[in-house]
Design a protein around this ligand. Structure first.
Ligand code: GTP
Ligand code: SPV
Ligand code: MN
Length: 587
């Protein structure tokens, strides 16, 4: 194949050879190298509107906003179709689906053969992390989906600048994505960490197909991070300024659709009027150790791919302001005059088309429960001023959380670093709509990384502990739970903006100020001194929120024990020791 002169925007021979080898397998009509310009984005959008991939929303009220309707069989991540392909099965570990490299490539090559016929193959270079950061990384995604290109443009530093940064280096993650015919039986999201390669076929859904996100920034990056001494985590990063003007940064790992975006975007109101909260990341954090021995966090992304349902002016007013323009909505409902709509917003007085485009009959949901929107972080009103800081921000506290109806109190502080890491490793949470399969099933989800760790999780625990123990100024560790329910099944804690009460207590603990009560499993706030000024909540709810039930916790330990045993002798002994030390206090 000859390369037309005007398309040459890089001199990287290695890159060209790879791109053209993929083209000779997939046989696209045309190859297009993305430069990341505004004009390019606009023309992509216009093309998608003209061929029905995007629907123009009401441009008077929502300028630059579009709706995409997925194939109904392709609306969430598919963990059962996600594989880590390594030479040795043990390197993927017992929690990942594994396939031998050769077998996976044979299957994928057969699927990819001629898969882009009649389509354009886009070559999308992107940088993860601030352009000048020593911690940033480069990826090139090849895709035949213009919808994915538009998402990459909003979520990453994409285009010419990435190629400039790459130069003639071979050091980039290769992503090959083809929608094929969206056949769910031939859907595969395969990772080859040993060769920095991702191949994703037969899906066009976010986490399966925006390869920069979960596939690169978590699965491949976590593998590289282990080899290089850092961490790639499924964590939000939030910056908090107290009334005295001190700024703190907190990271939090919660499973998918369990509150990262909402916590990162908390808008302090009422009693917290004199506080400020800024967002640095709503989904992914890359954590490094700096020269002083602090943990530093950057956000590899530049945008949000966030859950729509439940987002409104009470829960997340900042996000509501952000998504009024230049936003791609996926699988939300639409009113007859072209406004996006989903459950949790005010009841519309107008006719509503559901997420499939049919007149909503109110029998099922109008918006798909995992409907999302993609929007650039740069139009978010409270983006952290340190968002583009190449060095990232120092982390004072790490939170682990998830949906738990019982057992886990509103907040629980770890005794020490090893216990903190153990708390993360012991994290269990209910499954959510973000992945296909049953919702509400309690499962182990260590550090909220179960679906995203690119190597054996026992090695991951060892590495996580190593990184934390090497720090001169380690963060404090907390378990949090906004989802505990009372006997009637309703949430005991109001959540959202009121999570600020918990964050304040956490910062007071960091400063060595707030009082806590020691329980067998960690420290809980002393109810007498826990500041709840301005919050009306029945005393009996509070008592239940902080209650540690020894029987339930013993059961928790017994169940987690079985999970840890899956890892055999690869599981770090230091965590076992801490585990049994605490378990013995419960017995
Ligand atoms: P991913 O993008 O999938 O990684 O999700 P996430 O962890 O960022 O979750 P997000 O903040 O989008 O919240 C998911 C769902 O949980 C939404 O429907 C929220 O309304 C709901 N939610 C978030 N925070 C709270 C909270 O404090 N209390 C309650 N009850 N619900 C919450
Ligand atoms: C998640 O599922 O954790 C998400 C959405 O953040 S996705 O990009 O689909 O992974
Ligand atoms: Mn996520």
């Amino acid at each position: 194949m000859t390369i037309p002169e005007e398309e040459v925007i890089s001199t990287n021979r290695y890159l060209f050879e790879w791109v053209y080898s993929v083209a000779s397998l997939t046989r696209p009509n045309r190859i297009y190298w993305c430069d990341g310009s505004d004009e390019e984005y606009e023309s992509l959008i216009n093309e998608m509107v003209s061929n029905g991939i995007l629907i123009k929303l009401n441009q008077d009220k929502f300028p630059g906003c579009y709706l995409h309707r997925s194939n109904p069989n392709d609306v969430a991540r598919t963990e059962e179709a996600t594989f880590i392909c390594t030479r040795n099965k043990d390197d993927a570990g017992p929690t990942n689906n594994w396939m031998p490299v050769d077998k996976a490539k044979e299957i994928l090559n057969n699927i990819l053969k001629d898969s882009m016929r009649g389509r354009t193959m886009y070559v999308v270079p992107y940088v993860l992390g601030p352009l000048k950061s020593p911690y940033s990384r480069i990826g090139i995604q090849i895709t035949d989906s213009p919808y994915i290109v538009a998402n990459l443009r909003l979520l990453t530093r994409m285009g010419r600048k990435a190629l400039q940064k790459l130069g003639n280096s071979r050091d980039f993650v290769k992503g090959i994505h083809s929608m094929c015919n969206l056949d769910p039986r031939n859907r595969f999201i395969c990772h080859f960490p040993e060769e920095k390669l991702i191949i994703s076929v037969n899906s066009n859904y976010g986490g399966n197909a925006i390869l920069s996100k979960k596939c690169h920034a978590l699965r491949i990056a976590s593998y590289e991070a282990r080899n290089e001494g850092w961490l790639a985590e499924h964590m939000l990063i939030v910056s908090i300024v107290d009334p005295e003007g001190r700024m703190y940064h907190i990271a939090g790992a919660f499973p998918s659709a369990s509150g990262k975006t909402n916590l990162a975007m908390l808008k302090p109101r009422g009693y917290f009027e004199n506080w400020k909260v800024f967002t640095l990341s709503d989904d992914i954090a890359w954590l490094h150790t700096d020269k002083e021995g602090r943990l530093r966090a950057i956000n590899p992304e530049t945008g949000f791919f966030a859950v729509a349902v439940g987002t409104n002016y009470n829960t997340n007013p900042n996000m509501m302001e952000t998504i009024k323009k230049n936003t791609i909505f996926t699988n939300v409902a639409m009113t007859e005059d072209g406004e996006p709509w989903w459950e949790g917003l005010e009841e519309p007085k107008k006719l509503v088309y559901d997420w499939r485009g049919e007149v909503w009959n109110k029998k099922g949901p109008a918006a798909y429960p995992n409907s999302r929107f993609t929007v650039s972080a740069y139009q978010y009103p409270y983006l952290s001023p340190l968002f583009d800081d190449p060095e990232g921000v120092p982390i004072s506290a790490i939170l682990f959380g998830g949906r738990r109806r019982k057992t886990v109190p509103l907040v629980l502080e770890a005794f020490d670093i090893v216990h903190g890491v153990l708390m993360g490793a012991m994290l269990r949470a209910e499954t959510t709509v973000a992945a296909s399969g049953k919702v509400g099933i309690l499962r182990n989800d260590p550090m909220a990384m179960l679906p995203f760790c690119g190597y054996n999780m026992a090695d991951y625990f060892t590495h996580f502990l190593d990184v934390m123990k090497r720090l001169r100024y380690p963060p404090r560790f907390f378990l949090v739970n906004w989802f505990r329910t009372g006997s009637d099944g309703s949430y005991l804690w109001p959540g959202f903006k009121d999570n600020m009460y918990v964050l304040k207590w956490i910062l007071e603990r960091v400063e060595g100020k707030a009082r806590a009560i020691e329980t067998p499993v960690g420290y809980v706030p002393d109810l007498e001194s826990f500041d709840l000024t301005g919050l009306e909540i029945p005393r009996k709810n509070l008592e239940e929120l902080f209650r540690i039930d020894k029987q339930e916790w013993l059961q928790e330990f017994n169940e987690v024990e079985k999970f840890f045993e899956l890892f055999g002798n690869r599981f770090p002994s230091e965590l076992w020791e801490k585990f049994y030390e605490i378990k013995s206090r419960l017995a």
